[in-house]
Design a binder for this molecule. Structure first.
Ligand code: SF4
Length: 213
């Protein structure tokens, strides 16, 4: 077997073991860890299912990947109780997936976090799961009640439709994403993407996103 064949085989084997051990990476290295001093943001993974299958998805989400089951409202409330009981100084709850709007409890989970006074950051591909009437009505209700503390970050992988869709692997994804403007004041996401390309530092990004509410 040639050296390149051997390397390819090793990489395939490592990839097949990806995410299989809680402490060891697919390369056999110990996972990085950070000592807990305070928990500024609690990230909730809402489940690994997604309506699309992006080429570079960090968690291999897809319409069939249900390795991470949907997080429930009861589980989320238990975590919110725990960070309050431990006095961890948490100011923000983040929701990511998979596609969070596929989770049947996402509006209730977001409401639970906002009702406790947290800021909420919700990551989405802003496609059809977010466009369903029940979800739209729920989001508009949350916006009316807590808009200043709710940020929705919509993924655009590139400011050109072609490269965005090369990554996303689906047709008209850019068009669907732009439909999510039902929540905004009418500015186009293309301009937002261009702004992000010019300056993508985290605090600046959040301030720009808040202006859409
Ligand atoms: S939209 Fe996000 S979660 Fe879904 S496949 Fe793409 S990167 Fe993964």
């Amino acid at each position: 077997m040639s050296q390149s064949d051997s390397l390819a085989r090793e990489l395939a084997l490592a990839a097949s073991r990806k995410f299989s051990h809680p402490d060891i990476t697919a390369k056999g290295e110990r996972r990085a860890s950070v000592r807990l001093d305070r928990l500024e943001t609690l990230w909730v993974n809402t489940g690994s299912l997604c309506n699309i299958e992006c080429a570079n998805c960090y968690i291999e989400s897809s319409p069939t990947n249900d390795r991470l089951a949907y997080m429930t409202l009861a589980e989320t409330v238990a975590f919110l109780d725990e960070i309050a009981a431990l006095n961890l100084g948490t100011s923000e709850i983040g929701f990511t997936g998979g596609e969070p709007f596929m989770n049947p409890d996402i509006i209730a989970m977001t409401d639970a976090a906002l009702a406790r006074g947290f800021r909420v950051l919700l990551l989405t591909n802003a496609m059809l799961p977010m466009q369903r009437p029940r979800v739209k009505a729920g989001l508009l209700g949350l916006k009316a009640a807590h808009g200043a503390r709710l940020t929705i970050r919509m993924n655009l992988d590139h400011h050109t439709q072609a490269l965005h869709e090369t990554e996303r692997g689906a047709c008209n994804t850019r068009e669907h994403t732009e439909q999510s403007c039902f929540l905004s004041c009418g500015r186009r996401l293309g301009r937002l993407a261009a702004e992000h390309e010019l300056a993508d530092r985290e605090p600046d990004s959040r301030q720009r996103e808040q202006r859409f509410w």
